[in-house]
Design a protein around this ligand. Structure first.
Ligand code: NAD
Length: 495
């Protein structure tokens, strides 16, 4: 019998009120059931929001440094359980162990950052325009925060939302992706062990259409931090506007790596292999376009295909595996559909292109790493997020052309340029329209203490990570203290 898991509402583990459940399976061995989880609905969301609202009135009064102490304990527990967690996550969502270790580490970094933020949460004191009057602006919590997350970073992304939300004094309703409910459950257990009080963090499992939607339209949810696809993000934005919720959207990308003719080609090659095929291409920051300078195009393509051929597909728990499976059958079918689209657009399939079915691979959702070249910037495979191990290679003859190509999609998350010319690097930093620009680094590899997010249809202007996310989870309150003992009228009595 597979293990059975529950929601966590008001400090108690509970089934969905309807009693319905869903199964979660290992994408590398789809006959292996990871567990059975509650298929929740609106009535479960209502309970979770009620619990979060009632806990908020106490939690907001706990001093931020004390909230930070709990964050430090969470970080310590994540360190203690890192290896076990990484194994569990690889089994649940497929990426290779060293990547799931990195995913946990990002949670650890975020916990320790939040711990120290408890002693900062800086406000401003400014002079008043009137005598004997004091003026300051302080950060206050907002209320009940919903955290809705995707499956590709099942630890890091929930922690980016939940830890700063809670540190800031908000309470949380957390809806994880239904492909990674087990990691979410373990995260909640760790938070409870560290001393998070009842009702402060609530977990509701289930599908986006049902649970996610019930959260988004709930009148008593104040904030939504959503990380996921652009289509769902747009829908959430529309629906949340009915109750004027504050919404942070971190959405899709069509990230590119530029390689100039003066680049260190070996370094650029390591970068693009890691950026395009790490996490099986299923990162919001994955390199899905490679923009190659004409002068090094043929040489670089030969190196790229040669190294891609050596990548080994398999179960991420095996030390021999470089590339794991796609998350599920539907996603693998999306990847396959883009292979057909690329062929119809007359891009040249230079490597891969198939579902992988050799030996044990037949029991998982594996797809070969795939490279198209002769790709034109306006083709669908160069414009649309595929979210799989597919790289589209585009030729260019100048930095200006490369930057036009990189900017020519609806997205603007991550970007990268390989060059030895510092002048070109700074032009790229200035002119690329993206939330992140890497110089001689692939498009992946964000650090937890810097702002993370994108421009254009990658988001709505908020940032996760570092100090920036605290702007989302707090409101500014302006405070004036007049100690003159008389009525002083701003803009009037002093002019
Ligand atoms: P998704 O949009 O399908 O789902 C994300 C989450 O939203 C899940 O928990 C899902 O159940 C929920 N959801 C789905 N429909 C909903 C609805 N109508 N209302 C409320 N919630 C709903 O995305 P996914 O397939 O889980 O993840 C892949 C996508 O996430 C890619 O587009 C990727 O680029 C993006 N992503 C972005 C970032 C970033 O920080 N920019 C990070 C990781 C992933």
């Amino acid at each position: 019998m597979p293990d059975k898991f529950q929601n966590f509402i008001n400090g108690k583990w509970v089934d969905a009120k309807s009693g319905r459940t869903f199964e979660n399976r290992n994408p590398a061995h789809w006959d292996e059931v990871i567990g059975v989880f509650p298929k929740s609905a609106k009535e479960d969301v209502d309970e979770a929001v009620k619990a979060a609202r009632s806990a908020y009135e106490k939690w907001r009064l706990v001093p931020a440094p004390a909230r930070g102490d709990i964050m430090r304990k969470i970080g310590d527990l994540l360190v203690k359980n890192k290896e076990e967690l990484a194994h569990e996550m690889t089994r649940e969502m497929g990426k290779v162990l060293e990547e799931t270790r990195g995913d946990v580490q990002e949670g650890i970094d975020t916990a320790y950052y939040a711990a120290t933020e408890g002693r900062r949460l800086f406000g401003h004191t400014v002079p008043s325009e009137l005598p004997n009057k004091f003026a300051m602006a302080i950060r206050v919590p907002v209320g009940v925060a919903a955290i809705i997350t995707p499956w590709n970073f099942p630890m890091a992304i929930p922690t980016w939302g939940i830890f700063p939300a809670v540190l800031s004094g908000n309470t949380v309703v957390f809806k994880p992706a239904s492909d990674t409910p087990k990691t979410a459950t373990t995260l909640i257990r760790i938070m409870m062990e560290a001393g998070i009080p009842e009702g402060v963090v609530n977990l509701v499992h289930g599908g986006g259409g049902e649970v996610g939607n019930a959260i988004v339209v709930h009148p008593d949810v104040d904030l939504i931090l959503f990380t996921g696809s652009t289509d769902v993000g747009k829908q959430i934005s529309r629906q949340a506007s009915a109750t004027l919720k504050r919404v942070s959207l971190e959405l899709g990308g069509k990230n590119a790596q530029i390689v100039m003719d003066d680049a260190d080609l070996d370094l650029a090659l390591d970068g693009v292999l890691w950026g395009a095929f790490g996490t099986t291409g299923q990162r919001c920051t994955a390199t899905s376009r490679l923009i190659l300078h004409d002068k090094i195009y043929d040489a670089f393509m030969a190196m790229l295909v040669d190294r891609t051929k050596k990548l080994r597909l398999g179960d991420g728990l095996l030390p021999t595996t470089d590339v794991g499976p796609c998350i599920n059958e539907a996603q693998r079918n999306v990847v396959q559909s883009y292979i057909e689209i690329g062929k119809k657009e007359w891009a040249r399939l230079v490597y891969g292109g198939n579902i992988a079915v050799q030996g044990d691979l037949a029991k998982g959702w594996f797809h070969e790493p795939t490279i198209f070249d002769n790709v034109k910037p306006n083709m669908r495979i160069a414009q649309e997020e595929i979210f799989g191990p597919v790289l589209s290679v585009i030729r260019m003859a100048s930095l200006e052309e490369a930057i036009n190509i990189i900017n020519g999609t609806i997205y603007g998350l991550s970007s990268s340029i390989y060059t030895r010319d510092v002048n070109k690097a700074f032009v790229a930093i200035r002119d690329i329209k993206a939330g992140i620009t890497y110089i001689n680094v692939p498009t992946i590899g964000a650090e937890a203490h810097l702002p993370f997010g994108g421009v254009k249809q990658t988001g709505n202007g908020h940032r996760e990570g570092g100090w920036a996310v605290y702007d989302f989870f707090t409101e500014w309150k302006a405070v004036y203290v007049d100690y003159s003992g008389k009525l002083q009228r701003a803009q009037i009595d002093n002019y």
